[in-house]
Ligand binder design. Structure first.
Ligand code: SAH
Ligand code: SF4
Length: 372
């Protein structure tokens, strides 16, 4: 059975061509799946009957199964999704006045072991497939659209609704660039006019700094880039973000500059989690200003979201404000991220799902330490 959610637009053209179908059929099928959000080939009423019958035989539209659906007091909604063999990942929907953002997971767990991250703490099980990544957006749009459409009559008189999700951020569980081969086809599906049709500026990928893969993303599918910085010096970053031992700050900053040649936005977003007494002093702010001076960027300060046993505390509000002011005074556009959904553990870095560690995490940190 071919899961059609696994096929990016070009792959769907090829798959149908192998069955003697013209490219316009792929565009039709794509619109049925990603725009009209059907779950069943039988619903594709404008396809010739024999094609529908053959698709019904060997193709399906299969998104991850929802294990739990929780809504926070601020409207943030979290879906816990089955990732097989006892693993589960999370997708988080964040409604705001002018947009609705879906935070998408790319891996069951993460091998990179950042000190302050609850996903990293759980270790790594496996990469999600393209279908599991695209399936998160498909499911969110389908669910929200169905909820917005109170009756079939209303739907037909109003015509097709606009897709509810307007922005996608690859900031859920996992390091998206460590699953490049499945993530890039998913990004292409998010962007394609016959699928979700999102502009490159509305799709953001966040990475902890896998330098060679930042370059590949630039060449193959540039979308808005966010980089998890979290420390202004190699010494400190080596401890907080262990991948820094392999790709230190100098090479990361150089990769950001190269990315900007092709990026859909003319800046990189640097994420910086505010950890009480660890990286939030005025000296850190000064070092950070020096570090990013030559890179067109915006700084996004993230108040640390605690989870049990993390060993870190959130910086006091006043210190975060002082840190932001120091950066702003140096001419760096700086925002403080509003914490959303923390009463259902849906805030940044709290996503834990359920991961059966396959010990890659310990291996990765040992390898990184050895390379140091
Ligand atoms: N692996 C990617 C994307 C997922 S994490 C990355 O690291 O960039 C999304 C953001 O949340 C990252 O900036 C990450 O460092 C941050 N984060 C992780 N744990 C956090 C926590 N406990 N509190 C606040 N932010 C956290
Ligand atoms: Fe992985 Fe990102 Fe968490 Fe680091 S912060 S462990 S890269 S998910």
């Amino acid at each position: 059975m071919q899961n059609l959610l696994d096929l990016e637009p070009a792959a769907l053209v090829q798959w149908l061509a192998a069955r003697g179908e013209k490219p316009f059929r792929a565009r039709q099928v794509s619109r049925w799946i990603h725009q009209r959000l059907v779950a069943n080939v039988d619903a594709m009423t404008d396809l010739a009957k024999p094609l529908r019958a053959s698709l019904a035989n060997d193709a399906e539209i299969r998104a991850p199964h929802v294990l739990r659906d929780t809504t926070a007091s601020d409207g943030t909604r979290k879906w816990l999704l089955d990732a097989g063999s006892g693993n589960a990942v999370e997708a988080v929907c964040i409604p705001e006045d002018d947009r609705t953002t879906l935070c998408v997971s790319s891996q069951a767990g993460c091998a990179l072991d950042c000190a302050f991250c609850s996903t990293g703490r759980q270790g790594f099980n496996r990469n999600l497939t393209t279908g599991e990544i695209v399936g998160q957006l498909w499911h969110a749009n389908r669910t929200l659209q169905a909820e917005a459409t109170t009756s079939a009559a209303e739907a037909s008189s109003a015509g097709p609704l606009r897709a509810p999700i307007t922005n996608v951020v690859m900031m859920g569980m996992g390091e998206p660039l460590a699953n490049f081969d499945n993530v890039v086809p998913a990004l292409r599906t998010f962007l394609d006019d016959n699928a979700y049709g999102l502009s490159r500026r509305r799709v953001t990928l966040s990475t902890s700094g896998l330098v060679p893969w930042i370059d590949r993303l630039r060449d193959e599918c540039p979308v808005a880039l966010a980089v998890s910085l979290h420390a202004p010096t190699n010494d400190l970053r080596d401890r907080l973000v262990p991948i820094n031992r392999r790709h230190p700050l100098e090479s990361l900053m150089a990769a950001c500059l190269r990315y900007l040649d092709r990026a859909p936005r003319d800046f990189v977003t640097f994420e910086y989690v505010m950890l009480d007494g660890v990286n939030d002093g005025i000296g850190h702010a000064r070092a950070l200003i020096d570090l990013v001076r030559d890179v067109p960027c915006k700084l996004n300060l993230i108040p640390f979201n605690p989870f049990p046993g993390s060993g870190f505390a959130t910086s006091p509000r006043e210190r975060i404000r002082g840190f932001a002011h120091a950066l702003q005074d140096a001419g760096i556009v700086t925002t403080i991220r509003k914490t959303r959904g923390d009463d259902i553990a849906a805030a940044c870095g709290q996503l834990a799902g359920q991961v059966h560690d396959r010990t890659t995490r310990r291996l990765a940190s040992r390898a990184a330490a050895a390379a140091h």
